[in-house]
Design a protein around this ligand. Structure first.
Ligand SMILES: *Cc1c(COP(=O)(O)O)cnc(C)c1O
Length: 398
C-alpha cells in the first residue's frame, strides 16, 4: 500500500491545474512583454489569472503580484519592509514561524536589525497581551503565520493584526498564509498589508506563488530588472505556473467546504486511532483550532526520524519536525517553543492529509504506527525506564 500523508510539505498537481497549464507549455510559449499576437494572448492570460486570483481572495487585481512561492514572499515582506524606512528596524514574529520567516529575521538580526520572538503557549498561540507589549515606535513589521505548518494551529490573524494597527497604523502587518489558503477560509481584512501564499500547497505547481500587497502601501521592489509585475518583481512571468496556480486556487476554493468536512473527519479518525493505539503518545497543536488535514504527535522514547524511515518502508510518506530541517539533528524550533523538552521533541511525527486520502488508508497508517512504535521501543534502552519518567505529567500539566 502507498499512502501519502505529507500534504503540508507539498501536494500533487490537481487535474484542473495540469489541464489549464498544458497549452501554455505546448502551444503558446510567448513572452508576455512582446507585442505580436501570440505574446498578446500570453499577456491576456496573465491578467485573467490575476483577476481570477484576486476574485478568489476577495481583493483587487492591482494587489496581486506573482512570485516564485512562499519563501520568496516571506523574504520580500521582511527584507523590503526594512528598506522602506531606515528609522524602523524592529520586527516582531512568533517563535513558531516557518524557516522562510525565521531564518530571514535571524539574518536581519545579524545585520544589526532588532527582532522580538514572541513566546507561544502549549497549543502554539501567542498571547494578545505579549504582542501588544512587544510593539515599539520603531517597529517596522509584525509577521504572524495564519496556520502553522508543523502543528496545524490556526492563528486569529484578523484580531492580532487589529492589535498592531490600533497601536500604530504605520507598522506593516504580514501573514504567511501558505498553509491556510485553499484549506480554510481566509479573509484579507484592511489591517493586513502583506499576505504570502504558494501554489504547490493547494494543488498548483511548484515554484509559483502570490504576494498580496495592499494598495495603500508603497512596497520596495524585490527584483529589479525589466519592470514586470508593475515594477515590483521583475523577471519574465512563469505563465504556465501562474495559470496553474489560478486554476488550483479556484478548484480548491470551489470545493472547500466539502474538502474540510472530508479531511477533518479523516484527521479525527487518525488522531483518535493513534492516541488510543499507542501508549505515551500525545497530540501537538491546538486540539480544536487546527488545520483540517494536520495530525501531529509526540511519542515518548521514539526517535522521529527512525519512525519516518520505518513508515516509509511500509509505503507511508510522513515527516518529523519540518521537511526542511529533517537533515539536521536539532529538534524542531516549533516543538521546543510549545514547551517540549528536547528528548520529547525528538519523538515527533507529522501526518498531513488531504481529501484524497481514504478511511482504509487511515486505518493502515494507525496500524503501522502502532507496530513500528512498539518495535522501536522494544529496541530502545529509554523504553525500559519510561514508567518512571515524569515527562507525561510534565506535558499534561503545562
Ligand atoms: C511551504 C511553506 C513555505 C515555503 O513555500 P515555498 O513555496 O515552498 O517556498 C513558507 N511558509 C509555510 C508556512 C510553508 O508551509
Amino acid at each position: 500500500m502507498f499512502v501519502y500523508c505529507d500534504n503540508a510539505a507539498t501536494r500533487p498537481l490537481c487535474r484542473e491545474a495540469l489541464d489549464a497549464m498544458r497549452p501554455w507549455h505546448e502551444d503558446n510559449y510567448g513572452n508576455a512583454s512582446s507585442i505580436y499576437k501570440m505574446a498578446r494572448e500570453t499577456k491576456a492570460v496573465l491578467e485573467n489569472s490575476r483577476r481570477s486570483v484576486a476574485g478568489n481572495l476577495g481583493t483587487e487585481p492591482g494587489t496581486v503580484y506573482f512570485t516564485s512561492g512562499g519563501t520568496e514572499g516571506d523574504n520580500w515582506a521582511i527584507k523590503c519592509t526594512l528598506l522602506r524606512n531606515p528609522e524602523r528596524k524592529h520586527i516582531v514574529i512568533p517563535a513558531t514561524e516557518h524557516h522562510a520567516v525565521l531564518h530571514t529575521v535571524q539574518h536581519i538580526e545579524k545585520q544589526g536589525g532588532d527582532v522580538t520572538f514572541l513566546p507561544v503557549d502549549k497549543n502554539g498561540h501567542i498571547s494578545p497581551a505579549s504582542l501588544k507589549a512587544s510593539l515599539r515606535p520603531d517597529t517596522a513589521l509584525v509577521s504572524i503565520m495564519a496556520a502553522n505548518n508543523e502543528i496545524g494551529t490556526i492563528a486569529p490573524v484578523a484580531a492580532l493584526s487589529r492589535i498592531v494597527k490600533e497601536y500604530d497604523k504605520n507598522i506593516l502587518f504580514h501573514t504567511d498564509a501558505v498553509q491556510a489558503v485553499g484549506h480554510i477560509p481566509i479573509a484579507i481584512t484592511p489591517d493586513i498589508d502583506l499576505l504570502t501564499l504558494s501554489g504547490h500547497k493547494f494543488g498548483g505547481p511548484k515554484g509559483v506563488g502570490v504576494q498580496y500587497i495592499a494598495k495603500r502601501i508603497s512596497m520596495t521592489p524585490l527584483l529589479h530588472g525589466g519592470g514586470h509585475e508593475r515594477g515590483l518583481r521583475s523577471s519574465t512571468e512563469n505563465i504556465p505556473g501562474i495559470v496553474g496556480l489560478a486554476a488550483a486556487l479556484s478548484h480548491s476554493l470551489g470545493n472547500m467546504a466539502e474538502n474540510i468536512r472530508k479531511t477533518a473527519a479523516l484527521r479525527d479518525r487518525l488522531i483518535h486511532g493513534i492516541i488510543n493505539a499507542v501508549p505515551y503518545s500525545f497530540l501537538t497543536g491546538d486540539p480544536e483550532n487546527r488545520l483540517p488535514g494536520n495530525a501531529s504527535f509526540i511519542f515518548e522514547a521514539i526517535e522521529g526520524e527512525s519512525l519516518v524511515l520505518q513508515l516509509d518502508s511500509l509505503g507511508i510518506c510522513a515527516s518529523s519536525g519540518s521537511a526542511c530541517s529533517s537533515s539536521s539533528l536539532d529538534p524542531s524550533h516549533v516543538l521546543l517553543a510549545i514547551g517540549l523538552p528536547h528528548e520529547l521533541a525528538h519523538g515527533s511525527l507529522r501526518l498531513t492529509l488531504s481529501e484524497n486520502n481514504t478511511e482504509q488508508e487511515i486505518d493502515y497508517v494507525i496500524c503501522s504506527v502502532r507496530e513500528v512504535t512498539a518495535r522501536l521501543r522494544y529496541m530502545s534502552p529509554l523504553w525500559d525506564c519510561i514508567e518512571n519518567k515524569p515527562t507525561q505529567r510534565f506535558w499534561q500539566e503545562k
